[in-house]
Design a protein around this ligand. Structure first.
Ligand code: F6P
Length: 515
């Protein structure tokens, strides 16, 4: 990190230590410390910041070559240096460029997705047998993003085709899914960039057995109902899936950035191809905003800088994300992978140990439930954890008409709850005379407000966080696009399985502690 701006920020943080920002809140702050891009409004007034802090953070970004690094990201050079790969998830949502072979390949796959979705919609895929359920077998980036968007767009709505996500190797994950499906009417999507994740392979083969245990159905029927979404088409072909049902993506798409590719098929099948294209369009709009907007007005840059301020200068070890939206209940989980897999690194791109803090621990849960679970600590505990609150001004469309008015009232109450938490965390207060009723305040949060949760707006939101993560990695000089830290446990798991011939009992478990 650039030494001079780093020192300047450290000095500013020391100076601000004694200021109570609860006394500083004013309408001018909201005016000054809020930004809008597309459907998203970021209010960051309730933070321990001043204009000199924001100016120093922007200077810090520039001195750490953020401008050049953004250009490199969008130029397609191999910025994932440890794996010698380009990073081009943004291309998955860009309009067709006839002069770019990768763009042509992306749009070819989009057309192939459209074709499959149409065949499912008009029941021609299985000559009249309707698909009612889609079982999506994949883990990590091959599940979290598409499950999040699927839930966000379908929760509370009647679904013609339901998606189920089987990620965990735990037998319960399969058991709970198959009880809800009939083999004949089920489509199987095996989603794996590498096609070697052992949870995914095992779940896929077990589901094949379940399918074939119906004596009317054969392995051939299973193959007819199976699609692979992968960057390893060779392995998919050798697993018996016909080429026409393999949807390719590329090594320049990181798993946790892949929901914009055919990894998003569950969304396209359940919500329709137009909704999927809207999602892509929203993300593309955020890409353009990120590329073109001055840092002072740039949403991903500003949020990334605030998160750097929390980690490196205010030394908050964790950060919470609280969506006040039931249908974003999986957002914290999605963000955990996006942030901690990308930024949980201790060495720089050059392989040297860093001497500053990188990713905080990310956690969170949906509001208003979270208020009744862990907000006690956030208001009165000894640790401070900054929060990102996420909410939508308008409730989702298609509220059941018979109770639509009541449900609008629910939405108003939901928003009021969110605003109340952010206000009380910063301003503090006193709810009874003694020390037990004292709220110190001065606890930071951001408010990220969407107009409504729609495919387009969700695209903007998720791309905002992707780029925010990139901003942090660029300033820290670490690689946001590899994940070597997940490998050791995988290897040891294989060793344990082979040592115990796949059978674990108490004695075998005890023995593993001796090695
Ligand atoms: O183990 C971590 C990881 O490699 C993630 O980065 C990835 O999203 C997930 O596993 C699944 O990998 P794949 O899509 O190759 O099955």
């Amino acid at each position: 990190m650039h030494t001079e701006t780093n020192q300047q920020l450290t000095q500013l943080a020391n100076k601000l230590k004694h200021i109570h920002f609860n006394d500083e809140q004013s309408s001018q702050r909201t005016e000054r410390y809020s930004l809008r891009a597309g459907s998203i409004w970021l209010n960051y007034a309730r933070n321990p910041i001043t204009q000199p802090v924001m100016d120093a953070l922007v200077k810090h970004a520039k001195k750490n070559q953020l401008t050049e690094k953004i250009q490199a990201l969008f130029s397609g050079v191999a910025i994932n240096k440890t794996e010698n790969r380009a990073v081009k998830h943004w291309l998955l949502r860009a309009p067709l460029d006839q002069n770019d072979a990768d763009s042509i390949a992306v749009h070819r796959v989009l057309d192939k997705m459209q074709d499959l979705v149409e065949k499912i919609e008009d029941n021609s895929l299985l000559n009249g047998t309707p698909i009612k359920d889609v079982i999506c077998i994949g883990i990590g980036g091959s599940e979290l993003g598409s499950r999040l968007v699927y839930e966000a767009l379908t929760m509370g709505k009647k679904q013609k085709i339901r998606a189920h996500f089987v990620a965990n190797i735990d037998s319960v994950a399969i058991a709970e899914t198959i009880y809800q499906c009939t083999p004949e009417n089920t489509l199987f999507l095996i989603i794996s960039k590498s096609f070697v994740s052992f949870e995914t392979s095992k779940n896929f083969s077990t589901l094949k057995k379940w399918f074939c245990s119906d004596e009317k159905l054969s392995e051939e029927d299973f193959n007819l109902r199976s699609c692979a979404i992968t960057a390893n088409t060779k392995a998919a072909l050798s697993s018996g899936i016909p080429e026409s049902q393999i949807f390719e993506f590329w090594d320049w798409v990181g798993g946790r950035f892949s929901l914009w590719s055919a990894v998003g098929l569950p969304i396209a099948i359940s919500c329709g191809m137009p909704a999927f294209k809207e999602l892509l369009a929203g993300a593309h709009a955020m890409d353009e905003h990120f590329k073109q907007t001055a840092f002072e007005k740039n949403l991903p840059v500003t949020l990334g800088l605030l998160h750097i301020w929390y980690s490196n200068y205010l030394h908050f070890p964790t950060r919470g994300v609280i969506p006040y939206a039931q249908n974003l209940k999986s957002f914290p989980e999605y963000l955990q992978q996006l942030e901690m897999e990308s930024l949980g690194k201790s060495v720089s791109l050059e392989g040297n140990n860093v001497d500053f803090t990188t990713s905080p621990v990310i956690w969170g849960s949906v509001g208003s439930n979270a208020q009744h679970a862990f907000f006690q600590l956030l208001h009165q505990g000894t640790q401070i954890a900054p929060l990102d609150f996420i909410a939508a001004i308008e409730p989702c469309d298609n509220l059941p008409p018979e109770i639509a008015d009541d449900l609008r009232e629910h939405h108003t109450a939901l928003l009021a709850s969110c605003l109340a938490q952010s206000q009380s965390l910063m301003n503090g207060g006193q709810t009874r005379e003694d020390a037990h009723g004292k709220f110190m305040g001065n606890r930071p949060s951001n408010l990220i407000l969407l107009d409504q949760i729609t495919p387009y707006n969700l695209g903007e939101l998720l791309a905002l966080y992707e780029h925010k993560v990139f901003v942090q990695s660029a300033i820290w000089g670490i690689n946001a696009f590899d994940q070597f830290g997940v490998e050791l446990g995988k290897q040891i798991c294989n060793d344990i399985l082979s040592q115990t011939n796949g059978k674990l009992d108490f004695e075998a478990i005890k023995k593993t502690f001796d090695s």
